[in-house]
Write a protein that binds this ligand. Structure first.
Ligand SMILES: [Zn+2]
Length: 179
């Protein structure tokens, strides 16, 4: 997998911003604008209506991915997030209490935030892959791609940090510690 260029980085920033406001072209959104679609079901699980909250949070596919991402970093995925669940995940770092924030290095929190954004971007890309090419990616495949792409991204963005791949996989907080 190649390095992530700044263009792609900018693109997923926009994608996360739009998704937070539920403006992405999910099927329920297109349907409400009278665009005739074959199905308004989630393209991944094919059982629930595809809203942004379902696709990005409550679908068993995305839920497993988020759980893996949070466990990988030693955090717990927030529960009972209500109607703004996707934004709550994306803003997880920003919403941490000052006491919890103080127990981490700022760089560790910035890196985890980058991982959350990368996750959202890769999940959306994977959803489009399924819609446009009918290629399915399992939660595990998407999770591995998140680890790889966020590693590339952080390695090229953080010149001061030399991130070791094995440590990144085993203990990302340790990998992002600056001595
Ligand atoms: Zn689904």
């Amino acid at each position: 997998m190649g390095k992530v260029g700044s263009k792609e980085g900018q693109y997923y920033g926009v994608m996360v911003w739009r998704a937070g406001r539920d403006r992405l072209a999910t099927r329920v959104n297109l349907d409400s604008r009278n665009i005739d679609l074959h199905s308004i079901l989630c393209p991944v699980c094919d059982t629930e209506i595809e809203s942004m909250e379902h696709l990005m949070v409550y679908c068993s596919w995305s839920n497993v991915i988020w759980n893996k991402v949070f466990q990988w970093w030693g955090f717990c995925l927030p529960q009972n997030m209500g109607g703004n669940a996707f934004l709550n995940i994306i803003d997880f770092v920003r919403n941490l209490s000052p006491r919890i924030k103080a127990s981490f290095k700022p760089l560790q929190l910035r890196c985890f935030e980058a991982v959350l954004f990368t996750s959202a971007w890769i999940m959306w890309r994977s959803r489009n892959l399924k819609v446009f090419t009918d290629k399915s990616q399992s939660s595990v495949e998407v999770f591995k791609e998140i680890q790889q792409l966020s590693y590339n991204w952080i390695s090229c963005r953080c010149k001061i940090l030399s991130v070791n791949w094995d440590v990144w996989i085993d203990n990302p907080l340790e990998a992002c510690r600056l001595y």
